[in-house]
Design a protein around this ligand. Structure first.
Ligand SMILES: NC(=O)c1ccc[n+]([C@@H]2O[C@H](COP(=O)([O-])OP(=O)(O)OC[C@H]3O[C@@H](n4cnc5c(N)ncnc54)[C@H](O)[C@@H]3O)[C@@H](O)[C@H]2O)c1
Ligand SMILES: O=C(O)[C@H](O)CO
Length: 354
């Protein structure tokens, strides 16, 4: 039996009990729940990743809704516990919901929500930052300065890749992939090649119009192409950014074979989910190809990195912070609270009529 977990309580006399498995930024989400007569219980346990047992203890005997995190395993066990406690709604504080078994939630009559849109630009900005940092070797150069190794300008010192006029490849051109593509096209005048199961019509129209604008101003126009296969993107792009969802079709999408298809001096960025890349194969590829560089926000076995990755100078690694801007994280918390509330309002017709 799990030990009781520590909690902070807001509006103790609220009629509906909503649990958040983590403190979240801002207070708007708490106020929204309180306004709708919720007692809000926030887990304050000093443990980053809560176990299924910890969350069962949090749900307790009566719970109307839960806001949870991408580090938690929301499957059969948790949805049955939530349903037994009378719970009708769960929201992940994330757009990705590969940690949530939606069919188990359906089975137990629990509605599931996620937090798309509000994090699109912030996440794309980090992917763009990693692309530039990898292309221009910013982290290596920073470490070199701090180590006191700079003794004067040299023609060969930290020579990297010019982005202008090169090709950016996007795999998964949905909300974030399209926003990232626009940043690289507008910011660095890169040409686009993308692969997605669906056509990114709005993105294509944007690049066409932007290309015409550049041409009208006497500049080289940018171009776009939708690739028929992912391999085309891997072969042709100079910078490749991964933005698909994680599911069975995208697990180890980037593996030993696909890495071998890429240019020797290509840059690979992953701000989607760690298991989209076979990280063991990636470490070996980085070792064999010192001019190949990666920018990683996500890892296959978070919070761990595969052996050898942290030693690779041609890898930039950051701890899953792509959506970490104040505005976005407060927005994600607000959306998550609204997801739980929408279910309450829909299932409480008397409230709607009041
Ligand atoms: N690192 C972070 O902090 C962070 C932040 C936000 C989102 N994410 C991840 O990014 C993902 C994408 O978010 P989004 O809002 O852009 O979602 P989205 O649904 O708008 O885009 C995902 C795209 O991937 C495409 N896709 C699915 N399977 C594919 C396949 N096999 N091959 C190629 N494309 C495929 C879809 O058609 C879709 O266009 C999320 O699911 C999440 O896992 C990570
Ligand atoms: O899926 C998500 O939303 C991210 O991984 C965290 O913002």
């Amino acid at each position: 039996m799990a030990k009781p977990v520590s909690i902070e309580v807001w509006n103790p006399n609220g009629k509906y009990r909503v649990v958040s498995t983590k403190p979240m930024p801002g207070t708007r989400w708490i106020n929204l729940l309180i306004e709708q007569d919720c007692r809000v219980e926030i887990c304050t346990q000093k443990k980053t990743i809560l176990s299924v047992e910890d969350i069962i203890a949090l749900i307790g005997e009566r719970c109307d809704g839960v806001i949870g995190q991408l580090t938690e395993d929301w499957g059969e066990t948790l949805f049955s516990a939530l349903s037994r406690a009378g719970g009708k709604a769960f929201s992940n504080m994330a757009v990705g919901y590969n940690n949530v078994d939606v069919s188990a939630a359906n089975k137990y009559g629990v509605a599931v929500g996620n937090t798309p849109g509000v994090l699109t630009e912030t996440t794309a900005e980090l992917a763009a930052s990693l692309s530039v940092a990898a292309a221009r070797r910013i982290v290596e150069a920073d470490e070199f300065m701090r180590a006191g190794l700079y003794d004067g300008w040299l023609p060969h010192l930290f020579v990297g890749n010019l982005l202008k006029g090169q090709t950016v490849g996007v795999i998964g051109a949905g909300r974030i992939g399209s926003a990232y593509a626009r940043m690289m096209i507008e910011g660095f005048k890169m040409n686009l090649i993308y692969y997605d199961l669906y056509q990114a019509t709005r993105l294509e129209k944007f690049v066409t119009a932007y290309g015409e604008f550049l041409k009208a101003n006497g500049e080289q126009p940018v171009t776009w192409r939708r690739a028929a296969s992912m391999d085309e993107v891997l072969r042709e792009a100079d910078v490749i950014s991964l933005h698909p969802i994680l599911d069975k079709t995208t697990f180890h999408l980037i593996n030993k074979e696909s890495l071998a298809t890429m240019k020797k001096e290509a840059i690979l960025v992953n701000c989607s989910r760690g298991p989209v890349v076979d990280e063991v194969a990636l470490v070996e590829h980085l070792r064999q190809n010192p001019m190949f560089r990666v920018g990683l926000d996500v890892f296959e076995d978070e919070p761990y990195m595969k052996p050898g990755l942290s030693d690779m100078k041609n890898a930039i690694v950051v701890p899953h912070i792509a959506s970490a801007s104040k505005w976005t994280r407060e927005g994600m918390a607000t959306l998550a609270a609204l997801n739980v509330l929408v279910r309450k309002l829909v299932t409480q017709p008397h409230y709607l009529l009041a």
